[in-house]
Design a protein around this ligand. Structure first.
Ligand code: KG4
Ligand code: ZN
Length: 338
């Protein structure tokens, strides 16, 4: 299938044209960071207004880059949730209008399912099931057992902050600009990851959930001590990052024991983290489970991954162009599989 993807769940106005869920003919993303940076976080009202201003041009741009026109497509895939409601409605309204006007099928995709299929973009690899997905973004951190594109369940999740949120909040403690994840990643390259022993959240018996707020709080208190005031920011960044990566790899190890996984994928904005990407690759080598992370541009939010998910989920995510509504709390599990 040749699909137009539209993603506006947060602050990236993104469109893409993807063939068969993996060949990316165009990938357009207008990042709004410059508009939000001075507020130290995403301002939903600004995000929504920017989507409205940018989306039509982003759709036209994707079609132009792919040298295609709307009638040549097989359908339109849009993020229906979860996300910021004011942002989601812009993408959904636009996708509905395009689908209605062109008579093409409309696919309503869960943003998180999009992240799961991002590693297959631009590659000649197909998912092998059961597949284990480690999904780490600014809003979510979870390990997902995937039996098929439409049968999946969350096996472990964060109880408090998402990994990306912990990166962003810790960056603020270090006076680094927003978004903090890439800043910590960069700073940590010159740091000693063993300089400070920040706490690692341990799994409890029968419960593999994670927690990241303790690490962030430990950084906060450490920075208030004399040792903290004297510490090199690069060492703090590297030690914090190592603690987050350790917790994620620990859970990966534990969840991997639960089923004979044939593949593992790492995805979401935090998948762009160099220490996590290296640890994930090393985990794959150690366990023998083929482990794939997306190309960097497909780690953070993008529309190609939405088209990739729609392509594989097909009829299960077909929506009515007259009635589809954005759902900021869209459930992760398909209604039919609960
Ligand atoms: O998936 P994403 O683009 O948006 C959400 O759906 O949340 O993820 C954004 C998150 C932010 O918290 C950002 O700081 C984090 O991903 N991030 C990183 C890196 N690049 C982005 N975190 C750590 N290291 C990075 N290199
Ligand atoms: Zn995301």
């Amino acid at each position: 299938m040749l699909l137009l993807g539209i993603e506006t769940s947060c602050d990236d106005t993104a469109t893409a044209i993807v063939r068969d869920g993996r060949t990316v003919l165009a990938n357009v993303s207008t990042n709004q960071d410059a508009f939000h940076a001075k507020f130290g976080g995403i301002v939903p009202e600004i995000a929504s207004r920017q989507h409205l201003a940018l989306l039509s041009a982003a759709v036209a741009d994707a079609l132009e880059r792919a040298e295609l026109s709307l009638p040549m497509l097989d359908g339109i895939a849009v993020t229906a949730g979860p996300g910021l409601v004011g942002s989601l409605v812009i993408g959904v309204a636009s996708a509905k209008a395009l689908a209605y006007a062109s008579g093409k099928p409309l696919y309503a995709v869960n943003h998180l399912h999009g992240h799961i299929f991002a590693p297959f973009l631009g590659r000649d690899i197909e998912p092998a099931y059961p597949l284990l997905a480690l999904l780490v973004s600014g809003g979510h951190s979870q390990l997902v057992h995937v039996d098929s594109p439409t049968h999946m369940r969350i096996v472990a999740r964060t109880r408090d902050d998402a990994a990306g949120e912990a990166f962003d909040k810790t960056a603020r403690l270090l006076d680094l600009p927003f978004p903090g994840g890439p800043e910590i990643d960069r700073l940590a390259r010159d740091g000693d990851a063993t300089a400070i022993a920040f706490p690692r959240h341990r799994a409890e018996k029968g419960n593999l959930d994670m927690s990241f707020s303790g690490i962030k709080t430990a950084v906060k208190y450490f920075l208030e001590t004399d040792a903290g005031k004297a510490a090199r920011p690069a060492d703090v960044a590297a030690s914090f990052q190592a603690a987050v990566v350790d917790v994620l790899v620990d859970r990966l190890d534990r969840v991997a024991q639960l089923a004979p996984y044939r593949m593992a994928v790492l995805s979401g904005g935090v998948a762009a983290n160099s220490a996590l990407a290296a640890a994930f690759a090393a985990w794959g080598e150690r366990t023998g489970v083929p482990a794939y992370a997306p190309e960097r541009r497909y780690c953070t939010d993008n529309a190609a991954m939405i088209a990739a998910a729609a392509d594989r989920q097909g009829a299960a995510v077909l929506a009515d162009a007259r009635t589809l509504a954005a759902n900021p709390n869209l459930p992760f599990v398909f209604a039919s599989t609960v």
